[in-house]
Structures are given as C-alpha cells and as structure tokens.
Design a protein around this ligand. Structure first.
Ligand SMILES: [Zn+2]
Length: 262
C-alpha cells in the first residue's frame, strides 16, 4: 500500500511540475501585461509558500494523519457507510470535497471574520500562477480545521485525501495563470472546469464579479448554487482590492492585512 511519504512526494512533484508548466505558458502567452516585476512576484509568493509548507509540516500534518486514521479505525463517515472503495472512493471524495471547498471559499467572502484571512490572497493587484501560492498562514490553519470536520463527515482514505489536496493545488495553479483560451475552447473547458478567465473575474476590485466563480475544480457548484458570473471587460481591467495596492508585495503588510479593517 502506498504510504503518506510516497503520496506527499507525488504531491510535491505535481506542485512543481504544474507551477513550472503554467509559469512557462503565461510567459509565452500572457493575457494581461504585468506591471509589477515578475521576479519580485515569484520571490514574494515562493517565500509565502515555503513558510506555509513548513508551518503545515510542523503543526498540521501529524494531527491530520492521526485524525484520518482515527476516523477510519472507527468506521465513521458517509463514504464508509456507503461502502466506497478504490477508484470510486477517490472519485467521490474529489467531488464531495470540491463541493465543501466551494462553500468554504464562498463563506470566506461573505462572513466578515473569514474574509479577513482570505483578503490577503485578493490584495494581489495582478493575477498569475504565483497568486495560487499566496495564502495567509491563519487562513491555511483555519481551512485545515474545517477539513478535520469534512474528514469526520465523509471519512476519506488517506490516498483520497492526499489526491484531493494535490488536485486542488494543481487546479488553483491552472486557473490563477495569466492565460486565456479562445472562446470555443474556453466554453468546452467550462463544461466541467473552472477557467483562468472566470477565476480572474473573481479577483476584480468590482464586488459584482468578485462575488462569484468560487469553484476550484468543478464549475458545476457555481452553476448549481447560482454564483457563475460572466466576466465583464471593464471590471476585469482592475484586479485586486481597493486597499493595500501599494504594498501588495510587502511581507509585513501581508501578515497584518487581516487585522486592518477597511
Ligand atoms: Zn476568493
């Protein structure tokens, strides 16, 4: 049986591969012109990513693995009651957790306490693959706390959980990229997935378009729950938030952002 170490190495390889692939793609076919220095964006966001990785390794993974094991040993969770195994268990976990993730993201926008910690991600005035690395450490800790509840409710296997984690990271890297597809291809991808165009529209200063397109992997959640917003050219011209525009690549400003009310 594949253990945690192998799954984690697989996840790391996929992370580096998709980051590099999308980084090259947006260098060759950028849809928006960068105003900030790209090297500065990469350094700043990689610093955050490394910090968050160390944080999760030190404080999250141990208890989380114990929790997945414990819930499994007790036989708790809807997935186990349904008797799901192998491929079907992994596929169902991906779909169910992606739905949970949709709601977590939506609540992170509408509940003021959660928005404080999601806001630093949105303060980025440009959106490219490096934006997918940009999450406040407290948002990360809160999200793993919430995932502990998902694990209790659903009872995923360790493999399914790790595959879900790898998948949401890879999809986030994809849809934050500064690329765009020709309309026919864009529409085909939208049958199933969130696209870079729709997600850039979620990063507008304009609250109208920002209040939608919350899905990560499957676009169906925005369709079912009525939050699919068609991007508008005018609103897409200004990404980020009104606040923090001058300091979007400053470590102290990023760290303090949740505690500054606007
Ligand atoms: Zn968001």
């Amino acid at each position: 049986m594949i253990g945690f170490a192998e799954l984690n190495i697989g996840r790391l390889i996929l992370f580096v591969f998709v980051l590099t692939f999308m980084g090259v793609a947006e260098t060759l076919w950028p849809v928006r012109v960068w105003e900030e220095k790209r090297s500065k964006r990469w350094m700043f966001h990689i610093f955050i990513s490394v910090f968050n990785t160390v944080l999760t390794r030190l404080f999250i993974f141990g208890p989380l693995l114990f929790w997945i094991d414990f819930v499994g040993a007790k036989g708790w969770g809807i997935s186990r009651w349904l008797g799901l195994h192998g491929f079907w268990e992994i596929a169902a976990t991906l779909i169910v957790f992606d739905c949970f993730n949709y709601w977590w993201h939506r609540w992170s926008h509408v509940i003021p306490f959660l928005w404080r910690f999601h806001k630093p991600h949105h303060i980025d005035t440009e959106v490219d693959v490096t934006t997918s690395l940009r999450f406040h450490p407290i948002e990360l800790l809160l999200s793993y706390g919430v995932k502990a509840i998902w694990i209790l409710l659903w009872g995923p296997s360790l493999a399914a959980f790790m595959i879900f984690e790898a998948a949401i990271t890879a999809y986030a890297q994809f849809h934050h990229s500064n690329i765009d597809f020709p309309d026919p291809l864009e529409m085909k991808i939208r049958w199933i997935h969130m696209t870079p165009r729709l997600h850039a529209s979620h990063h507008t200063v304009s609250l109208r378009t920002r209040s939608g397109n919350y899905s990560t992997i499957f676009l169906i959640w925005d369709r079912i729950f009525g939050t699919l917003k068609e991007p508008a050219v005018k609103e897409m011209e200004l990404l980020g938030l009104e606040e923090g525009r001058e300091t979007d690549l400053s470590v102290p400003a990023f760290a303090k952002a949740p505690f500054i009310t606007s």
